[in-house]
Design a protein. Structure first.
Length: 134
């Protein structure tokens, strides 16, 4: 688990790198993850909210360049859940699960799908009809 200082340093690094590689979806996604982490570490509600809004913007930019990467949808679902947009979170986590099902089959992908399905239950959202396997 990264400390607040490590999170801030990582966020500064990726934000600086995005000035050169502004269309890199992976960097936008990484920035969103750092902002999500930073939002969870602060006790100041306004700062947390600003971090979440910036994280949402960053993950939207990642998705605009690569709309078929399941992890981007899962991250956006986490951000939306923290922003109390449960409907949006549900749509995105389902999209992550569906995209992952059709990507390369591996134990890692199966673990991601299970983690995302567990998130549905943790967030008390409606699980997929028929379970994970449809």
């Amino acid at each position: 688990v990264a400390s607040m200082a490590q999170t801030q340093l990582g966020l500064q690094f990726v934000t600086t790198a995005l000035r050169t590689f502004e269309k890199n979806p992976g960097m936008h996604h990484t920035r969103a993850l750092y902002l999500l982490r930073q939002s969870a570490m602060t006790e100041i509600e306004a700062v947390s909210q600003r971090c979440l809004e910036e994280a949402l913007d960053s993950v939207e930019r990642a998705l605009s360049s690569d709309a078929e990467f399941p992890q981007f949808y899962a991250t956006r679902a986490m951000v939306k859940n923290r922003l109390r947009d449960s409907g949006g979170a549900l749509i995105d986590i389902r999209a992550a699960i569906e995209l992952a099902r059709y990507s390369a089959s591996s134990p890692a992908v199966a673990d991601e799908i299970k983690n995302w399905t567990d998130r549905l239950q943790d967030w008390q959202l409606t699980p997929l009809p028929g379970g994970v396997d449809g």
